[in-house]
Write a protein that binds this ligand. Sequence first.
Ligand code: NDP
Ligand code: 8X3
Length: 252
Amino acid sequence: MAKIALITGATAGIGEACAHLFAREGYDLILTGRRQDRLDQLAQRLNTDYNVRIAVAAFDIRVKEQVMHHLDTLPDEMKKVDVLVNNAGLSQGLDPIQKGTYEDWDTMIDTNIKGLLYVSKIVSNWMIDNGYGHIINLGSIAGKNVYANGNVYCATKAAVDALNQGMRIDLLPHGIKVTAVHPGAVETEFSEVRFKGDKDRAKKVYEGFTPLTPADVAETIWYVASRPAHVNINDLVLMPTAQATGTLIHRK
Ligand code: NDP
Ligand code: 8X3
């Protein structure tokens, strides 16, 4: 029986790269995100390339009822999840606190914190029933080093860091592994989403240095997921060589 990974935010960037890597390693997959067309295309491609079982579930992670409905109605055999990659997340805006918008704040808090919690509650109960599992939470260097105008995004990723530690403690008696992976700058759709479609501004974020690729992060997540049963990596920070801290990037 193949192992199963549930990857949230698999329609782009790091989540999509994880889907490719876990499929290549023979995992069956549950892939989520809002964009049904992208999920369908990805599922078809991975099924063709790797002949693995794939379930897709298109829902908005901010809406508790949608999360519950889509996860509860998965086939029972797909609920034997070995690895949950809590990856779906985003930033909206880059403004000083006095200029931030309520809408952007709600979107980030509801996605990065509450959405991650909704999925984790359901899947951790499956894992407890199954007697095994590994939850991998996507934090960020932004949760470790706050930067100017990052306020609420940084706070949501600091919350992920705290939740990761809490999950590790609470799931310890159940033998469930819990890990946070905190990348520095990764070139994905992240900055385009942050700047609401402004591609030129998004591109500038990655100019003058070599950022991480989604595949770099997926390989790190795979490393974390493939340690022996008695080894748990609690917390892992990975950065572009040209980035020392959340705020210090050496640009040519
Ligand atoms: P992308 O924008 O490329 O991908 C984000 C993914 O999250 C998409 O699949 C998107 O799917 C999904 N998502 C966003 N909002 C929702 C929602 N409301 N409901 C369901 N799914 C949602 O960004 P990245 O790959 O870069 O980001 C992945 C994770 O990595 C995030 O948690 C991010 O904070 C974190 N991270 C990113 C870094 C970077 O520099 N890029 C660095 C450190 C951490 P869809 O739009 O289809 O719903
Ligand atoms: C994304 C990395 O530094 O752009 O979490 O906020 S950063």
